[in-house]
Write a protein that binds this ligand. Structure first.
Ligand code: NAG
Ligand code: NAG
Length: 379
């Protein structure tokens, strides 16, 4: 499945002897997707997420984006669509809370089903996010689905319920879902403050039908109560292993240092060691990381990591080797929890919606050409 998809997107790879000529790709420089009106509550926007629709051959250039949208109550997740690789965007729908009466407030995530699953056809778009009332008294990670490419949405299931939406140890919220299909199960990774032994830990639940979810399993849980691993994202490496990134409040290197773990089984990260991400220039990025993998760039492709701490991205063409993270500048400003998406032309789309303390945030996107970056070589 993976190999077929890669060859379809990058036909030159089908002929290893074919000479790949320098490409003339179009990169984006700080495109504004949405500039919120002054009626919005500060910070107005945060935490952008993107999706490239990939299951239908004729729709490989459809992009969607969403974000935390601090609209008048109750909030919703806007869905904006681009048909031109991210240059221009139009609102096509809003994912609204259909069951709690609270709104969809924090941490949206978009995922396209690569194959039929749970009665939904391939190409169904899932949206997970945190439904929270205006007084922030509860957190509820809910799942919605769209079978028409993001134009209409239907509630699917409640995934996890937690307490007051404050990132304070001893409170019991759940946060930040990330979906990934693995074999015959949907995995939802999220941050969990409900365990009295851990200020916060990272867990996942699985489902075979998107309706019922198995008991939460630990992915990262430190012995020190005050430690707060947070914000799981996961990517598949070309050798079949999975890599997860997370922020680690309590890390010895830096507050909220970006850490990562590699495992052959993406449901067993708890049994693998975590390591800090330190670039070859010595930088340890911090806070709200996001990881993805691109088939473009060298025989192993390129892993790309974004973090809150700077505008750059951290690229690695050596399966995540600890001595091979190169810090590479981008035109996209730093944001709290930017998202990364590899487009079919081998560019890396970096999308942000502002900073936590921002009073005038907007949703913007930029891209870099992964075929022209110079990276640390593999030993
Ligand atoms: C893939 O590469 C990573 C990083 O070198 C390694 O930890 C992992 O064991 C490899 N996986 C397989 C299946 O060889
Ligand atoms: C807010 O940002 C927009 C661009 O997104 C800019 O046009 C506007 O001047 C800014 N307003 C303030 C008060 O800084």
């Amino acid at each position: 499945m993976i190999a077929v998809a890669i060859l379809a997107a990058f036909p030159a790879l089908a002929h290893p002897s074919a000479k790949i000529l320098a490409r003339d790709v179009n990169t984006l420089d700080d495109i504004t997707i949405f500039s919120p009106p002054s009626t919005y509550t500060v910070p107005r926007t945060l935490y952008a997420r993107t999706l490239l629709l990939e299951t239908d051959g004729d729709e490989t250039n459809v992009l969607l984006t969403t974000w935390e949208n601090y609209s008048p109550e109750p909030p919703y997740f806007p869905i904006y669509q681009s048909l031109d690789g991210g240059s221009t965007w139009t609102e096509i729908s809003q994912v609204t809370d259909q069951v709690n009466g609270w709104g969809l407030r924090y941490q949206p995530f978009l995922y396209e089903l690569p194959s039929e699953f749970g009665g939904y056809p391939a190409g169904t778009i899932l949206c997970a996010g945190n439904s929270i009332p205006a007084d922030l008294s509860a957190t509820q990670i809910d799942l919605y689905a769209s079978t028409d490419k993001g134009f209409t949405w239907t509630f699917v299931s409640h995934i996890a319920s937690g307490g007051v939406a404050e990132p304070v140890n001893g409170d019991t919220p759940v946060w930040e879902p990330f979906l990934m299909l693995f074999e015959d199960e949907m995995i939802v990774y999220y941050s969990d403050q409900r365990d009295p032994d851990h200020g916060q830990k990272l867990v996942h639940q699985t489902s075979t039908d998107l309706l019922t979810w198995e008991t939460a399993v630990d992915d990262v849980a430190y012995d020190v109560f005050d430690d707060r691993p947070g914000m799981t994202t996961v990517a598949l490496l070309p050798n079949g292993s999975y890599i997860m990134t997370y922020e680690f409040f309590g890390a010895p290197e830096a507050s909220f240092a970006v850490y990562y773990r590699i495992s052959n089984d993406p449901t067993a990260f708890d049994s693998t060691p975590g390591q800090v991400l330190r670039a070859t220039d010595g930088t340890v990025p911090t806070s709200s990381p996001y990881i993805t993998w691109s088939s473009v760039g060298g025989p192993n492709g390129i892993l790309a990591v974004s973090a809150n701490s700077d505008s750059a991205v951290y690229l690695n063409q050596c399966f995540g080797a600890s001595n091979a993270w190169t810090r590479v500048a981008t035109p996209e400003s730093a944001s709290y929890s930017r998202s990364l998406r590899v487009l079919s032309d081998g560019t890396l789309l970096i999308t942000g919606a502002g900073i936590l303390s921002g009073t005038n945030n907007s949703v913007t996107t930029s891209s870099i050409d992964l075929s022209s970056v110079s990276l640390a070589s593999c030993d």
